[in-house]
Design a protein around this ligand. Structure first.
Ligand code: PLP
Length: 397
């Protein structure tokens, strides 16, 4: 018999399942709010001008498609370290390891595999709720994954619960935090709360791991660095996974980076060597096109400035859609408070819609959201805003 006869069918990915159902829907008014990508006003994944110009420049250079180093293109790693740590970089540089990774997911996986080698009995703590792949990814890396309180039933942030959990963690455990634009809730911590978490994690010997997949989508690159800056200024070891998928609309190119702030200059070489071994035995070296494109943008001031402008346009469009949705709902369902929609940050809104409401949106209005009630605000546009607001108002009434 076949050696695979006993292999079990796994449930399909819930997000991809929604997309399949959306594609099969023949309604001309259908809207997919289940996506995890930024769409422009016309409902398309944008090709940013800065990306196109960088790609044209790469094409003109007619470079060969050779291997890039295991830890990535040096000009990429260097520029990304400056992007992630900005003004704090000089104080960290001699103990900083930054390697190109296969998107934010690849960076998380490199970090997970590395942390596993340093302490196989450590557990990792993720927020409740979190990006659905966090649990799966760290479990697959061999970790026991636990959750800390984050989202309260009333829509607020359970900071007391977070602190209480953190206060009980043993030294060596890992605390995964969303650097900004928490996915899926859109709720971020205040600067004083970051400071408190940093101090407590330091006291407990807990290792912070910041997932930065949406830097620049809340208030801009500098303002969104508040969490990273807080940990960088403390000067203790921590990790950052960084993704260019959303901020440069480079999803399929798989561009990201893992940064590890080690405990001192002597640790830099050994840590880098371990991470390179993991990369070498997993995918050998990262893809060159996305890395070269990002390196070109970050190393040419004109293209960097263009990127900042284009990022601001994406950020402002999302904010306008939040305001548009909240305003329409306020008018149509006056007895409910929708101000949370404009307070939430990043691409998503945790709408508070029940599973039943999400089901009704789907069956009656061909509007697709995640069962959790998460909707992608970046999938709204002037053409579908009224349709979506009316449908949500109807299922809420
Ligand atoms: N981390 C979070 C919180 C995310 O939301 C995502 C993507 O949706 C990622 C990481 C993964 O990013 P990438 O697509 O670059 O692998």
């Amino acid at each position: 018999s076949s050696p695979f006869a006993h292999v079990q069918q796994l449930p399909r990915d819930p997000v991809l399942g929604i997309t399949e159902a959306f594609v099969a829907d023949s309604s001309p008014r259908k809207v997919n709010l289940g996506v995890g990508v930024y769409l422009d006003e016309n409902g398309h994944v944008p090709l940013l001008d800065c990306v196109q110009q960088a790609e044209e420049e790469l094409l003109r250079r007619k470079g060969p498609h050779s291997y890039v180093p295991i830890d990535g293109i040096a000009a990429f790693d260097n520029a990304v370290a400056s992007l992630i740590f900005s003004g704090e970089r000089p104080s960290l540089d001699e103990r900083l390891v930054t390697v190109q990774a296969l998107g934010g997911t690849g960076a998380l996986k490199l970090g997970a595999d590395f942390l596993r080698t340093t302490n196989p009995s450590a557990r990792i703590w993720i927020s409740d709720p979190s990006w659905e792949n966090h649990r799966a990814l760290f479990s697959a890396a061999g970790f026991e994954v636990e959750t800390y309180p984050y989202y309260r039933a009333d829509g607020g942030l359970d900071f007391a619960g977070l602190i209480q959990t953190l206060s009980s963690l043993p030294s060596g455990d890992i605390l995964l935090l969303h650097a900004c634009c928490h996915n899926p809730t859109g709720l971020d911590l205040e600067p004083y709360q970051w400071a408190e978490i940093q101090a407590l994690a330091a006291e407990r010997g807990v290792i912070p791991f910041l997932d930065a997949a949406y830097l620049g989508f809340a208030d801009g690159l500098d303002a969104d660095r508040v969490a990273i800056d807080t940990f960088a200024q403390a000067g203790l070891p921590f990790l950052v996974s960084f993704s260019f998928s959303k901020s440069l609309s480079l999803y399929g190119e798989r561009v990201g980076a893992l940064a590890v702030v080690t405990g001192g200059a002597a640790e830099r070489g050994p840590v880098l060597s371990q991470i390179k071994r993991i990369a070498r035995t997993t995918y050998s070296s990262p893809p060159s096109h996305g890395g070269a494109t990002v390196a070109t943008i970050l190393n040419e001031p004109g293209l960097t400035a263009l990127w900042h402008d284009e990022l601001a346009l994406m950020r402002d469009r999302i904010k306008a859609m939040r305001e548009g949705l909240a305003e329409r709902l306020r008018v149509q369902v006056p007895d409910r408070d929708f101000s949370f929609i404009t307070r939430q940050r990043g691409m998503f809104s945790y709408s508070g819609l029940s599973k039943e409401a999400v089901e009704m949106l789907r069956s009656r209005f061909s509007i697709y959201a995640l069962d959790s009630g998460r909707i992608c605000v970046a999938a709204l546009n002037k053409a579908n805003l009224d349709i979506v607001a009316e449908a949500i108002a109807t299922v809420l009434r």
